[in-house]
Each structure stands twice: as C-alpha cells, then as structure tokens.
Design a protein around this ligand. Sequence first.
Ligand SMILES: [Zn+2]
Length: 216
Amino acid sequence: MPIIWCAVLGLGPMEEPRSLIEWHWEDEFSTAERDKVEDWLNSVTGAVESTLGVYPFTVHFYIHRRKGSSEPVPWASTRRQYVQGVDFHIDPSFSLQAFLDDWTAPHEISHLSIPYLGQEQSWFAEGYASFMQYQVMQKLGICSEQEVGEIYAEKIERVRPYYDRLQCPESLRAGTGTQLCIGEVQATSCRSTSVSRRSMAWSLPTLLQDTSFVVA
Ligand SMILES: [Zn+2]
C-alpha cells in the first residue's frame, strides 16, 4: 500500500472566519491554550468558508480537555439538533501546527454545511465530509492539489475490494449511476504515515462523478 506524504508547505496568511462563532469552554483552559484553540478553529473555519461559503448560522464550538492523548484531537462529534456545532475533545499540549495538520476540524466543520441526514444516510454525510476535509486542508496550505489527488486515488484503491464485493449494478461500476455503494476506510493524515483508527464511509461513485479521478 503506498504511503502518502504531504510536503511541509507552510501556512499562508490565516483567514478570519466571517461566520459567527460561539465558544463553549467545557473544561478549564489557560489563556494561552484558549488563544491556540481559537487560532486553530478560526483558521479552519475561514478555510471551510473559502471552500464552501459562509455559514448562515452561528457555529458553536464546545471544547473539552483530553489529557495524555497520542494526537491533538482524539475525538470530535457534531451537534445538529438545537444548534449547529462541534464538540472537540483535545489535548492542548500539542502545538498549533499539530492541530492545523489534523484532519478532524476540516472534516467536522464540513459536516455542518449540509443538513443532518439521519443515521440511515450517514454513509453520504461521511463520504461528503471525508472528501471535503482534504479540499479544506488544501485551502489551508497543509496539502498541495497533487497530494490531495494522491490521497483520493489511494483511498479509492483501498475501498476497491469493498466496492467489488457489493451488489452494485453495472452502471454504478462505470460511475454513471445515481445509487451509491460505500466502503469503510480509514483516514490518512496529510503529513503523517500513521493511519487514524477512526473509520469513515467513502462513497466511491460520488468521488468518481464529482472529481476527475478515474479508477483504471
Ligand atoms: Zn464525519
């Protein structure tokens, strides 16, 4: 299996988000830790807006402390019922750059750009957010366009066995149908050879229809 490496590109000027953000500090954080978290999530939200547009609602961020983790954001989940927001469980001892390199915030904040579709349609929501996270990371300057293309191609290769096992009509195999087939894959970090333990759904025909990537 090919290992994806993204070059260290360095971040461009950080974009200030135009969406209204409401911060909820669920645990004790120092001023320096709050500043770092705000820099991180403001940058990601700005990149999401550049990619998808300004959100027409207040975005709520709930920040929880998680000590001794092996990654900056070991867990996150969205709130879609009474508010539109994300719970981030973070280890603030990681650097701002480590937070910016992490795919979780681009993924979770992208989720908010479409309505909650329900558990049964989570395959689409996850495929969408999993696709969008790399578009946002490219906007952030974490990955180049070529590297994002390589990540998509590698993920398509990884789900191919699942895709082949599914009872997909022939039209879907050609990427021309409207129904979708999914596979479970794991997330790859742009600047890391490690693969996250969290799995997510990928909708292969959607990727084939919406991008120029072709499975040979
Ligand atoms: Zn998700």
